[in-house]
Design a protein around this ligand. Structure first.
Ligand code: ADP
Ligand code: MG
Length: 523
């Protein structure tokens, strides 16, 4: 251990040789970082670099294997999130820790001292959300909120504790450009108040825009520290991955074939007072096409995914057709059996069971539909472990999944690597229709381009691909056609080359006819 007078005396937090071992694997390997008061400090690094592990140690979620955390010049031990909050550290997690059945205020109450009335929590949360530009209804049920809104709860919850350091783990990966701008204003406010922010992001442009300092991790080690404003996105990316990031080759050159996915006048009433109803929604995706649906979070994206996937079948069987079968009233399994694949938005606890190994997750996903592949015949099929393990290996290799062992629990993978595995698992079925909601949620640049390329390649091989995304960069990278969802209504789809960000922005705001007409004129 080094004496703590090695750091600048004014540092708010300095971390010395912090190490976290999982078995013999060092997720963090002797990390040094120093954070000054009133500084927005970026933590950069590709998937699996150790960023989440590092901040979990700072927040008392994980116990360091070695090293020291020094807070305002004093060595501290942070044994739990409660102790971190008392110290003055707040955190917004990459995967939210919210109870869906509870309201916003009830969720916030869970992290505060018991005995504070819900009414007071609601008032304070409302005041904070107003002061920091994070609109939130304390009485809303979390189950009815979009991912972007859920994140606001986490931020408000952290701010209620009046932290001096607030840690955000990939906060903008779920936000629209407008929501992200809002968040940046919030961060600027925090900084102006003299608070520090530790900001994990994969978006190099935004790191350059808002961060004063950046520390770069690779394979659990610090590979550099810099002033991001003096770097270029390319030079930052090189520090992260050690080589250039591949760009996705566009889907625009495919030949279009038969209609493989169709929705006609799809009407879905809102399931709860907070949900969005789908109104007369129609779309068509042909073989060779990638239809990308843009929109601000909470405008019917999850409702559309649920209807198309069969998570919530609809009353009108003919409103949804997959490969010319009317499937509106049938469930997920029936739709998968005729060649459709689905990747939902929330990976943890939805697309993957985090406590189970990758290969067990494969069986779980497959056994519903293509039982034969992984199970022996007969009514009590027995799992063919060798075939399953080989499939897990094949998928990991195809999608470059980085993991700490041969067949680790899904939950041990970093977000981007888990998403690569889940997308790879669905691609491995060679689906003729693939529907994906937020395919690169929380994923770094390298993994995102891998996933996007895989979707583009799938369309080129003759499948119909539907991508629901809030990320305009992603939309322009993958789409052959673009449509926009707003308040449960879908605009016409336009060829990607005829769309601009401005037109999408207008459609997002509900100006269907005007922007639509412009897009058509641009034809
Ligand atoms: P990042 O946030 O930079 O993407 P993480 O900190 O989540 O990366 O993960 C760093 C590495 O540690 C990854 O290789 C991941 O698989 C591994 N890892 C993370 N948590 C665990 C765990 N609980 N058990 C085993 N390995 C883990
Ligand atoms: Mg992470």
């Amino acid at each position: 251990m080094k004496p703590h007078d090695m750091s600048r005396p004014d540092a708010l937090l300095s971390v010395r040789k912090l190490t976290k071992l999982f078995g013999s694997f060092a997720a963090c390997d002797g990390i040094d970082i120093e954070i000054q008061p009133g500084e927005i400090h970026a933590l950069l690094g590709e998937n699996g670099a150790g960023k989440s592990t590092l901040v979990k140690m700072l927040f008392g979620v994980l116990t360091p294997s070695a090293g020291q955390i020094v807070w305002k010049g004093q060595p501290v031990r942070i044994g739990s999130p409660g102790e971190a909050r008392k110290t003055g550290i707040g955190m917004v997690f990459q995967h939210f820790s919210l109870f869906e059945a509870l309201t916003v205020a009830e969720n916030i109450a869970l992290s505060l001292d018991p005995g504070i009335s819900l009414a007071r929590i609601s008032d304070e949360a409302a005041a904070l959300s107003h002061a920091y530009g994070l609109p939130l209804d304390p009485k809303a049920h979390v189950a009815d909120l979009s991912v972007g809104e859920r994140q606001r709860i986490e931020i408000v919850r952290a701010l209620l504790q009046n932290p001096q350091l607030i840690i955000l783990d990939e906060p903008t990966s779920v936000l629209t450009p407008q929501e992200a701008d809002r968040l940046f204003e919030t961060l600027a406010k925090l900084k102006a108040e003299g608070r520090s922010v530790l900001y994990i992001s994969h978006r190099l442009e935004e790191v350059q825009r808002i961060c004063d300092r950046a520390t770069v991790l690779r394979h659990g080690k610090v590979t550099g520290a810099c002033d991001p404003k003096r770097e270029t996105p390319a030079s930052l990316a090189r520090m992260m991955v050690g080589n250039e990031v591949a760009t996705v080759s566009a889907a625009g050159t495919t030949t279009r074939g038969d209609v493989l996915l169709q929705a006609r006048n799809l009407n879905v009433p809102a399931r709860t007072p907070f949900a969005v109803s789908l109104k007369n929604l129609s779309l068509t995706v042909r073989s060779g096409e990638v239809l990308a649906i843009a929109g601000v979070a909470g405008n019917g994206q999850s409702e559309l995914f649920d209807a198309l996937s069969g998570e919530y079948p609809v009353a009108d069987n003919d409103a949804i057709r997959i490969r010319d079968h009317a499937v509106g009233a049938s469930g997920i399994t029936a739709r998968r059996l005729i060649g459709a694949s689905f990747v939902p938005e929330e990976r943890h606890g939805h697309a993957a069971v985090t406590g189970m190994s990758l290969s067990d997750n494969l069986v779980l996903a497959r056994s519903q539909s293509d039982r034969r592949a992984f199970l022996t015949g007969g009514p009590l099929g027995i799992i063919r472990h060798k075939i399953v393990r080989e499939a897990a290996k094949r998928i990991s290799a195809a999608m470059d999944v980085r993991k700490s062992g041969e067949d680790p629990p899904a939950g041990s993978l970093s977000g981007g690597n888990l998403q690569k595995f889940i997308v790879g698992r669905e691609l491995d079925r060679q689906p003729s229709v693939m529907i994906v909601n937020q395919p690169t949620w929380g994923v770094d640049a390298g993994a995102a381009s891998r996933i996007r390329q895989a979707l583009v390649d799938l369309a080129k091989s003759g499948s119909a691909v539907l991508v629901i995304s809030q990320d305009l960069d992603e939309i322009f990278e993958v789409a052959t056609e673009i449509a926009v969802i707003n308040e449960g209504r879908l605009s016409n789809a336009y060829p990607a080359q005829d769309m601009t960000r401005e037109k999408i922005g207008l459609l997002m705001g509900g100006a269907h006819d005007k922007a639509g007409a412009e897009a058509q004129h641009a034809h």
